[in-house]
Write a protein that binds this ligand. Structure first.
Ligand code: ADP
Length: 546
């Protein structure tokens, strides 16, 4: 027997239409590239998204054409997300922090037809334009008054294009399984791989993000998405803020501690989201200036493991609740979120922290398990660790233009992460499979070691890599950036600090104090670069593993 309910396709254009109709006066505020604040409403945003759609159609673009953006989090970029996908074209969010060769690779692989670009990235495109045969033209995300001289060919001004259109159109009704957008993994090894989302997967994912058991967005809150729109879909926040009718504040390129602190306080932000490196900068700024962030209620931290000390500082010193999230480009990106269960609130705080450092429970829609190398499922007992496998309607099926499935025979996607899952369903990443340190046949979690070191009051950042050891195959080398470079802690002091926090045989064989640790284009510690930097590092051979 069939149900007799209405059926209509799930399309991302419905999100901005909904926001315009139901929350017409809710505002989107941007700290623009130029530095001043711009503010308008969802109603205006929806109209301008349609003006953009009309302009793109006039340029000859339509269903299936890939249109790239290289832009900060701004109201114009927000419009691009709807204007491009709304007409059935495919929004390709390009990460401008990638190396030039990677940019050339992904723009050509995606066959981008046009690139919509913030002025910041124009010189970058000028340097590679001869290598981009598919690109027919460029749209500069600015007004006529700010149009620069450029050697790029076939350049349009965004505001001029919009001014020629009236925004009086209905979004086309598309098949919900059509592609809405495209995002490449940052490809730390090999070439980046494209993940091509559908309208349906994007809308379903948005519901998961908005749910209270997800990020819990609603119209009463001011949301500051710091995670860039070019990194893993800004964790779904462009669509979710429209779905929830939240007040949106966009930081543009101003991502340093001082600017973020100012935006949080002046715009009375309730909720924000970013990777740990952003929060290291902010917390360091707050500590050195004595500023506070009193209005902020909660923060989502994800992208890499959240150090225990970071959670504790946010919660105990600044009164901001931390929800760790785990996900990846291949998951649109939300997979798990760590929100306390009712009974946890009664626990002693250190016990709560033991749970908060985990990556959390799957959101509805994501099925998750761990497997050994032979594909056997492992116990969910918080001890057994193995490959983290996932399924769900917003998980990748196959990579863009690849004929092969990305799944195993039973439909599981191997995340490349190694994890435990405990009896109450909380998942904890112990490592990325390529970062795990294999020492004498045992595995050492680089994340746990880094986490422990970050608890040292004089440590700003810590990274652990495996280096060759003649007896044990690999041993951990810890690389530390001190909070005050002029008076760094000694390697012995850090080792002493770690002694009571990790198993003795995990203790790093060496600790190097450095000024800076390299980061990837998505703001994570770049372990590939670190491994290259320390590839000839010679360890003493005296380590005892017992
Ligand atoms: P990139 O590799 O380009 O940074 P992603 O953002 O897709 O792309 O990275 C996903 C990976 O980031 C995950 O597979 C996992 O290794 C790591 N990750 C994401 N969130 C967390 C988290 N909360 N804790 C630990 N690792 C995380």
């Amino acid at each position: 027997m069939l149900g007799q309910m209405q059926d209509s396709p799930l399309l991302v254009s419905q999100l901005i239409d909904f926001a315009a109709k139901v929350y017409p006066s809710q505002t989107i505020t941007t700290k623009t590239v130029e530095g001043e604040l711009h503010q308008y409403t969802f109603k205006e945003s929806a109209k301008r998204s349609k003006q953009l759609a009309q302009a793109l159609l006039r340029l000859g673009l339509g269903e299936g054409d890939v249109v790239a953006t290289m832009a900060w989090n701004t109201y114009r970029h927000y419009e691009c997300w709807y204007g491009i996908s709304g007409i059935g074209a495919v929004l390709h969010t390009v990460n401008p922090r990638l190396f030039a060769e990677q940019l050339v690779y992904i723009i050509n692989h995606a066959e981008d037809q046009y690139i919509m670009v913030d002025l910041t990235f124009v010189p970058l495109l000028e340097s590679i334009q001869d290598l981009l045969p598919s690109v027919k033209g460029y749209i500069f995300l600015t007004d006529e008054a700010h149009m620069p001289e450029t050697v790029l060919k076939n350049v349009h001004c965004y505001e001029t294009l919009l001014a020629q259109e009236d925004g009086d159109m209905e979004w086309p009704s598309l098949d919900e399984s059509q592609a809405s957008s495209l995002c490449y993994t940052s490809g730390t090894t090999g070439n980046p791989k494209g993940v091509i989302y559908s309208h349906r997967s994007s809308v379903l994912h948005s519901w998961a993000v908005c749910a209270k058991s997800g990020m819990g967005l609603d119209a009463s809150e001011s949301v500051l998405p710091i995670v860039p729109m070019f990194h893993a879909n800004a964790w779904g926040l462009v669509y979710a803020t429209a779905m929830a009718g939240s007040r949106v504040v966009l930081p543009g390129p101003h991502l340093d501690g001082a600017n973020i602190c100012q935006l949080i306080n002046e715009q009375k932000i309730d909720f924000t989201a970013a990777v740990p490196t952003v929060w290291t900068m902010l917390l360091n700024y707050l500590e050195t200036t004595g500023n506070t962030i009193d209005c902020l209620q909660s923060v989502i931290i994800g992208g890499s493991a959240v150090p225990r000390a970071m959670i504790e500082t946010f919660e105990q010193k600044y009164g901001v609740e931390v929800w760790q999230a785990w996900g990846m480009t291949e998951l649109s990106p939300l997979g798990t979120i760590n929100k306390p269960q009712a009974q946890h609130r009664e626990w002693d705080y250190q016990r709560q922290l033991d749970v908060k450092v985990k990556q959390g429970r799957a959101v509805f829609g994501i099925d998750m398990t761990i497997m050994d190398d032979e594909g056997n499922e492992l116990a969910h007992d918080g001890v057994a660790f193995g490959r983290l496998m996932v399924k769900g309607p917003w998980v990748v099926d196959g990579y863009f233009k690849s004929k092969n499935t990305a799944l195993d025979d039973n439909g599981w996607f191997d995340t490349g992460d190694v994890a435990t899952i405990d009896a109450s369903g909380n998942m904890q990443i112990t490592d990325r499979s390529k970062d795990v340190i294999k020492s004498g046949g045992e595995w050492i979690s680089s994340i746990d070691l880094e986490n422990a070191a970050m608890g040292h009051p004089e440590v700003l950042e810590a990274a652990v890599i495996g280096v060759h050891h003649p007896k044990w195959e690999e041993r951990p080398l810890m690389i530390v950036v001190p909070k005050t470079p002029a008076t760094p802690p000694s390697a012995e002091a850090i080792s002493e600090f770690l002694t009571s926090r990790v198993a003795k045989w995990w203790l790093p064989d060496a600790i190097e104090i450095v000024k800076e640790i390299p980061h990837t284009a998505t703001g994570k510690i770049n372990k590939v670069a670190l491994r290259t930097q320390f590839k000839d590092y010679v360890l003493s051979t005296n380590t005892e593993m017992a």
